[in-house]
Design a protein around this ligand. Structure first.
Ligand code: C2E
Ligand code: C2E
Ligand code: C2E
Length: 88
């Protein structure tokens, strides 16, 4: 892999997530905690989630998936590489 292809894998920075105020990230933090619980995956610094889960979260935040991705990058929860390479 060259790394040049669009980054579609969603990898949440759990340490950063914990630093942010609950009124901002509450729904996302609860969603991530639920996934960790379902997987029994408690010790990671990051959590890979499904693209489908990002769509569900976007509905919860009343944003498009692209807008939510941008918001999560601004918060430092997703790395800038998660930004789609093409912008409309
Ligand atoms: P499930 O969806 O029936 O998935 C069963 C198992 O298939 C998962 O067990 C995992 O080993 C594997 N699996 C399914 N999809 C993927 C995938 O895209 N990548 C990888 N690496 N493995 C996959 P696991 O991890 O113990 O999860 C148990 C159950 O917890 C899942 O059953 C699902 O109901 C829920 N779950 C876990 N993580 C997620 C998630 O990120 N999103 C959602 N929506 N549900 C999740
Ligand atoms: P990667 O996907 O680039 O992940 C790099 C490292 O980030 C992983 O090292 C792990 O420490 C962390 N990481 C990423 N997602 C999660 C997560 O949802 N939970 C936790 N606890 N940690 C996460 P690791 O585990 O040594 O895996 C090395 C590489 O092995 C991964 O690189 C990936 O290429 C592959 N791999 C591991 N598990 C899976 C999997 O379930 N599905 C697939 N397709 N590849 C996997
Ligand atoms: P990954 O394991 O590298 O899987 C990459 C993509 O392959 C997934 O993207 C999904 O489209 C497909 N895939 C992998 N395993 C399965 C499967 O068992 N069933 C189906 N229907 N498709 C599968 P997706 O869904 O966006 O997930 C992205 C990453 O999130 C996965 O990368 C994995 O790291 C994590 N993940 C998603 N669901 C689960 C899960 O249930 N359990 C665990 N442990 N990790 C999951």
């Amino acid at each position: 892999p060259s790394g040049a292809e669009p980054a579609t894998k969603i990898v949440i920075n759990l340490e950063r997530l914990q630093q942010l105020p609950a009124e901002k990230v509450g729904p996302l933090a609860r969603y991530a905690a639920t996934i960790q619980s379902q997987r029994g995956d408690y010790n990671g610094k990051v959590l890979s989630i499904r693209t489908e889960d990002l769509r569900s979260l976007a509905i919860i935040y009343d944003m498009t998936p692209g807008e939510l991705t941008e918001q999560l990058i601004e918060w430092g929860v997703l790395p800038p590489e998660a930004r789609p390479s093409t912008e409309e």
